[in-house]
Design a protein around this ligand. Structure first.
Ligand code: NIG
Ligand code: FE
Length: 457
């Protein structure tokens, strides 16, 4: 039997019809009000919608009903499997101690400048064995799956040297092969300037007295990323994207541009941590790199996603809007759990993006410093409460738009014939109730490539 027929649902939020922006961001493509079904065959969607029409499609293909496993959704809603487009999956250690520092008034970038923050996770990750990193990754992936995630981006970025960055990418590839969550590997060598570059001869004074990655150490590290790390990552052939933490006091827009151009030359698609805490030219840079002139027409590489965007400039918003209008959209991948966890209320201006016609995605930003969550439904809740997204807009943001931000819009993110059969059956009958029940575990059944991979009683 290579078929799965899901019946008895309250409705289907298909998200059919491509990338969502502007008014269409809130169109979840809901089919309800009668018997509905989703038929999956050999891992792909065969048909979805009114049950009698789905039966006709099966018959037209010569597929008898007894070739399908029949599954009763018991009145739950069916959506596409969720797509987490921004996740720092692999790391060692935890950082709950930073609460103490913050209570004493230290900002996120101050902790980093003093050699803590990201750099403490780098030290723990370099020291961890493959087995430890894999065990942590597996435990997190299990929780993501139970929350409805069927595809996730996975960044390196806690190695910050050639050997550890390659090791993290290799472990990500291994976890992706294990499944069932499909992983999209991203190289994030430019996540911070590592201690050995900060302590270099060019810098004067104790590390704690210097600004984050003082100019000399940062430039030398940018050269290291471009000349050593990127070519090695390209030779390894695992990473699909390159990302940079473009932020005042971390990597400037100019440094980020140099790294991302080199990454495109090495065949990688691009995404960017942009303007999280202060306007840093990140949104402008993402728009500038939206179309990679080196890529052929079949594969748009360029910059597909600008992430965070808590503090974009007016020009940055306008530039992203122009890219979307020009047919080379950069998805604004917003990470409200991070804004919330940092407690500084730097929520991205999501409504302005939607009004400007910029496609919006939402992601967890899973990481040990600023967003220790694995749950996209929780992220949807925060987005609805703090950024005034509607539940339908938030659902498009964690499905079809997130898929497009990963360059996978033609394969996943919606329930349409021919696409990969990644589904969630929810414990609630409407899409509005997914973000409504704060922190609840509502993903009852998860299907990946036509196979039930997670089920709760
Ligand atoms: O997206 N902002 C930079 N990177 C991560 C945080 C990583 C960390 O603090 O360990 C983020 O929030
Ligand atoms: Fe991040």
């Amino acid at each position: 039997m290579t078929g799965l027929l899901v019946e008895g649902a309250s409705g289907i939020a298909t998200l059919a019809g491509g990338l969502r922006r502007g008014g269409a961001q809130g169109d979840a493509g809901v089919v309800s009000g009668g018997a509905v079904a989703v038929a999956c065959w050999e891992g792909r969607i065969l048909a979805a919608g009114a049950a009698d029409e789905v039966s006709r499609q099966m018959a037209a293909r010569g597929l008898p009903i007894n070739a399908f496993r029949r599954f009763d959704a018991r009145g739950g809603l069916i959506t596409p499997g969720l797509v987490d487009a921004h996740a720092h999956l692999l790391f060692a250690g935890t950082r709950e101690g930073e609460w103490q520092l913050r209570a004493r008034g230290a900002g996120y970038l101050e902790v980093l400048a003093a050699g803590g923050g990201i750099l403490s996770t780098v030290a723990a990750t370099r020291a961890a064995s493959d087995q430890e990193l894999l065990a942590g990754g597996r435990a997190r992936l299990a929780q993501m799956l139970a929350s409805g995630t069927t595809t996730a981006e996975a960044k390196s970025g806690y190695g910050l040297d050639v050997a550890t960055e390659l090791r993290l990418l290799e472990l990500i590839a291994r976890l992706g092969r294990e499944g069932p969550i499909e992983l999209v590997p991203t190289f994030l060598g430019a996540h911070a300037v590592p201690a050995e570059f900060r302590a270099g001869p060019a810098a004067a004074g104790p590390a704690s007295a210097r600004p984050a990655g003082g100019p000399d150490g940062t430039d030398a590290y940018v050269v290291n990323v471009i000349d050593y790390q990127l070519p090695a990552v390209a030779r390894q052939g695992i990473a699909r994207f390159c990302d940079v933490f473009c932020e005042q006091g971390v990597f400037s827009a100019d440094q980020s541009r140099r790294i991302l151009r080199a990454a495109a030359d090495n065949g990688l698609a691009l995404r960017l941590h942009a303007d999280e805490l202060a306007p840093s030219g990140g949104a402008e840079l993402a728009a500038e790199l939206a179309a990679d002139p080196g890529a052929g027409p079949a594969a748009r590489r360029g910059c597909l996603s600008a992430d965070h965007l808590g503090a974009p400039s007016e020009e940055g918003i306008a530039a992203l809007a122009r890219s979307a209008d020009a047919g080379t959209p950069v998805v604004a991948t917003l990470l409200p759990a991070t804004s919330w966890f940092l407690g500084r209320h730097h929520f991205a201006p999501a409504r302005r993006f939607i009004d400007a016609g910029i496609p919006v995605a939402l992601a967890t930003d899973l990481n040990p410093g600023t967003s220790p969550t694995l749950s996209l439904p929780l992220v949807m809740s925060i987005a609805c409460v703090e950024m005034d997204l509607t539940p339908a807009e938030a659902l498009a943001a964690v499905t079809i738009n997130a898929a497009h931000s990963l360059g996978l819009g033609a394969q996943i993110g919606s329930i349409e014939p021919g696409k990969q059969a990644d589904l969630v059956v929810w414990d609630v009958p409407t899409l509005e109730q997914i973000p409504y029940w704060l922190g609840a575990r509502l993903a009852r059944t998860v299907v990946k490539r036509g196979v039930i991979v997670s089920e709760r009683g």
